[in-house]
Design a protein around this ligand. Structure first.
Ligand SMILES: *Cc1c(COP(=O)(O)O)cnc(C)c1O
Length: 361
């Protein structure tokens, strides 16, 4: 089986080996030390400002999106949401559920956020902004330097969903003036699904400790307090955290974020070069695309995208990623994160070639 989806992705053998072992009890000094090391390395990889902290939440990326909205904002805020796809829309739904006042910047699928659009919201007393680094439904990479400068200028609290973009694309909390950012275990970190991580600067820590959060499990003040001794309030996905520790140390040892970033880019470039002769087209222009994935349309709509994913799964034992919602029939996605080799990409290309030969594609 080959897996080119955007999560869960193909894991490293080191990660798989840890997954086979018994899970230790976690209220111990040893586990606390491991957690403190996880926190330190994650802050380093996110290029987070001094005194940043990490919330280790057992729950997928959406749990941290929701917890972030609950802990960082209240009814008194005025939040800007960039909605250019299904993950942007998720923030809209979350602000509705939690009654956080918001304005939606709706962007056509596959298009970037333009400066002239963003600056229509200049000097308008917004207190928060939320968006994705990479909008995973279309692979658009937003210009986070531009967004960060805008937020700094307007004194806006910036919360970024970097779940899929972290490690695939350039990212720095310090340089981009980001207050809080999240990623998930099953994306580029290539761990099993189960956990998501929020890296928080001083201001975000103060924000959530000041609010009364109507939730027990999602109360960040509690996580921050427990985290001081390297613990979480409730039982976390212990094995994922041990796998995270091994992975983070391995990243640091092998050249840090720059090396991983370059690898993912190399895989993305290789794939994009290899599909040039095929009747597949990038849905999002190359200059606006994240390295995390390629969103593809099929020339002449010869086959519906969802059906194509089914055939590749059933007849070639390869997973590519269908889309949801409005785009389900039209586009599908190929992920570039996880443990993927060029030879495996060649196998995927062979499958596409075979489908062309069979006149299916
Ligand atoms: C994968 C992803 C999430 C989280 O999705 P879950 O299914 O909850 O893990 C959130 N945001 C983005 C941009 C993602 O790609």
């Amino acid at each position: 089986m080959l897996n080119f989806t955007i999560g869960p992705v193909q894991m490293d053998k080191e990660t798989l080996e840890i997954g086979q072992k018994q899970i230790p009890y976690f209220r111990t000094h040893e586990f606390s030390a491991l957690m403190q090391e996880n926190e330190k390395i994650l802050c380093h990889l996110f290029d987070a400002p001094e005194n940043s902290r990490v919330i280790f939440l057992t729950g997928s990326g959406t749990a941290s999106m929701e917890a972030g909205i609950m802990n960082f904002f209240t009814k008194k805020d005025k939040v800007l949401i960039v909605n250019g796809g299904s993950f942007g829309y998720r923030f809209v739904e979350l602000c509705q559920i939690h009654e956080v006042p918001f304005t939606e910047i709706t962007i056509e699928y596959g298009k970037p956020l333009q400066k002239k659009i963003l600056y229509q919201y200049d000097h308008q007393n917004y207190t928060g902004m939320v968006l994705q680094l990479c909008e995973t439904s279309t692979g658009v990479l937003y210009d986070m330097n531009m967004v960060g400068d805008f937020c700094k200028k307007n004194n806006i609290f910036l919360f970024v969903d970097a779940v899929s973009g972290f490690m695939a694309d350039e990212f720095s909390m310090k340089k981009m003036h980001i207050n809080a950012a999240i990623t998930g275990s099953q994306k580029a970190l290539s761990l099993p699904p189960s956990m998501s991580f929020t890296i928080m600067d001083r201001e975000s820590q103060e924000r959530c400790c000041k609010h009364i959060v109507k939730s027990m499990y999602f109360n960040y003040a509690d996580y921050l307090k427990n985290g001081e001794r390297g613990q979480t309030p409730y039982t976390p996905a212990v094995s994922t955290l041990i796998q995270l520790n091994e992975k983070l140390k391995r990243i640091e040892k092998n050249g840090g974020i720059a090396t991983i970033n370059a690898n993912i880019q190399r895989i993305a470039d290789y794939f994009r070069k290899k599909i040039q002769h095929l009747p597949l087209k990038m849905f999002t222009a190359l200059e606006n695309s994240s390295n995390c994935l390629s969103a593809l349309t099929i020339e002449n709509n010869k086959i519906n995208a969802r059906e194509l994913c089914e055939i590749i799964k059933n007849e070639y034992d390869i997973y590519v990623c269908p889309n949801g919602g409005d785009l389900a029939e039209k586009i599908f996605r190929v992920g570039h994160i996880g443990n993927i080799t060029k030879e495996q990409i060649d196998q995927l290309i062979d499958a596409f070639d075979d489908l062309v030969k069979r006149k299916i594609l």
